[in-house]
Every structure is written in structure tokens, then in C-alpha cells.
Design a protein around this ligand. Structure first.
Ligand SMILES: C[S@@+](CC[C@H](N)C(=O)[O-])C[C@H]1O[C@@H](n2cnc3c(N)ncnc32)[C@H](O)[C@@H]1O
Length: 209
């Protein structure tokens, strides 16, 4: 799908109530467990890519983190997320509408301490899209900074939101990141989606050396 159509696809998807999205998780426990491993200070710069309308932002604010940026291709999703967080936590969330496979704003960010991706990378099928994504990680994640990537595992579903996926294991992610990033922790987790379907994910935490 072309970038323009993809944007439209995601804007349309997010017209639904959050609880009706196939990836909706009321409590992002697995991501929080990996964040706890980082021991980052509360003022660390955290970038959640392809954030959509995730509940992770409120969870991070509840943990005391103060410097959070949310990115998505969908302006509509980010607006929803920003409004919700403003209401619940009186927090002005910095939102960056940008394409991870052709970044125009994300690549201008200052070094960030933690990159978080849940269920985004696996949508990028083309070699050049994956290259752009990983080049961005390498460009903006600080020295000693962390990368959390949670994607559908090799035994995971072949599609999400009607779109085909590239599934991963930790070795594949390590190859894409290169040896400058050290795998700190990984685990498999079967997410049960709001419709009762099993969605096996692999969670990974890397640290830049
Ligand atoms: C399956 S959802 C996951 C949302 C969120 N991470 C969560 O766990 O609830 C995938 C998200 O990736 C976003 N996305 C897809 N392609 C993107 C791209 N090229 N650049 C930035 N975001 C993208 C979508 O708009 C959507 O919000």
C-alpha cells in the first residue's frame, strides 16, 4: 500500500473505540517489565513509535516519567491519545506525526534514551522500509540508550489489521540492529486480543554499547 493510503487506512481504523482494536491492551505489563530493567531516570527521553492510542503513555506517567514523545503515521490516533492524556493526567504529550519508513521529523530529534515499539515494525515488509526504520534507531538512540521492540514472533499471526506482516525472532532483530546493540532480555508472550484470539509476540530489550 502507498504511504498516503496507509495513512488513510490507520486513520479509519482509529475511528473505532480503543477497546475494539485487535491490539488493545488495558495494561501494558510486558513493556513495563522491560522498562523496569533499564533503571532509567524519570526524566529520560522516551519515544514511543507507532503509539496509536496506547495505554502505555498513562502507565509511563503513573510511573513518574516526565519526558515522553509519541509518534504515529495517523494524525487522528495521536490527536485522540493527546486529548485523553491531557484530560486524565493534565499532561501535554508531545506528538510527532511522521512515517517511520520515511522520517522527516523523527530524524531531527535529539538523542533519545528509550525507543519503544509494540506491534509496528512487523508492518514493514520492504527491505528499504526496514532499512529506514533501523537507520532511524541508529541515528537517534543515545549511547547507552535502550530499544524495546515487541513484534509478532515467527509462530505469530500472518496478518494484523488486514495487513501482511514480517515476523521476527531475537536473532533477526539483532542482525538488523548490529553488534553496537546488545540484547539484554527477551521473552515470548502470547497476547490474547479483545476478541479472544491468541497473538504470540516476542519482546526484546537491547542496549546501545
Ligand atoms: C498494531 S498498531 C499498535 C499501536 C500501539 N503501538 C499499541 O501497542 O497499542 C500499529 C500502529 O503503527 C502505526 N503505524 C503504521 N505504519 C506506520 C509508519 N510507517 N510510521 C509510523 N507509525 C505507523 C499505526 O498507525 C498504528 O497506530
Amino acid at each position: 500500500m502507498e504511504a498516503h493510503n496507509l495513512k488513510q487506512h490507520w486513520d479509519t481504523v482509529y475511528q473505532k473505540e480503543d477497546e475494539h482494536l485487535g491490539w488493545f491492551e488495558p495494561n501494558p505489563e510486558q513493556t513495563l517489565a522491560l522498562i523496569a530493567e533499564t533503571n532509567l531516570s524519570k526524566d529520560a527521553t522516551i519515544l514511543n513509535v507507532g503509539a496509536g492510542t496506547t495505554t502505555l503513555i498513562e502507565a509511563l506517567l503513573d510511573k513518574g516519567f516526565t519526558n515522553i514523545i509519541a509518534n504515529d503515521l495517523s494524525n487522528f490516533a495521536l490527536r485522540k491519545l493527546k486529548d485523553r492524556v491531557q484530560k486524565s493526567h493534565h499532561y501535554h504529550l508531545k506528538g510527532l506525526v511522521d512515517d517511520l519508513t520515511n522520517p522527516k521529523k523523527l530524524n531531527k530529534l535529539l538523542p533519545i534514551d528509550l525507543w519503544i515499539d509494540r506491534a509496528v515494525l512487523h508492518f514493514f515488509l520492504k527491505e528499504e522500509e526496514q532499512k529506514a526504520y533501523f537507520n532511524l534507531v541508529k541515528k537517534i538512540v543515545s549511547k547507552k540508550g535502550f530499544v524495546i521492540i515487541a513484534v509478532f514472533s515467527l509462530d505469530g499471526a500472518e496478518k494484523c489489521s488486514g495487513l501482511p506482516l514480517q515476523r521476527y525472532n531475537p536473532e533477526m532483530l539483532q542482525n538488523k540492529l548490529g553488534l553496537d546493540f546488545k540484547l539484554i532480555k527477551t521473552f515470548n508472550f502470547t497476547f490474547i486480543n479483545p476478541f479472544g484470539g491468541e497473538r504470540p509476540y516476542v519482546y526484546t530489550l537491547f542496549q546501545r554499547q
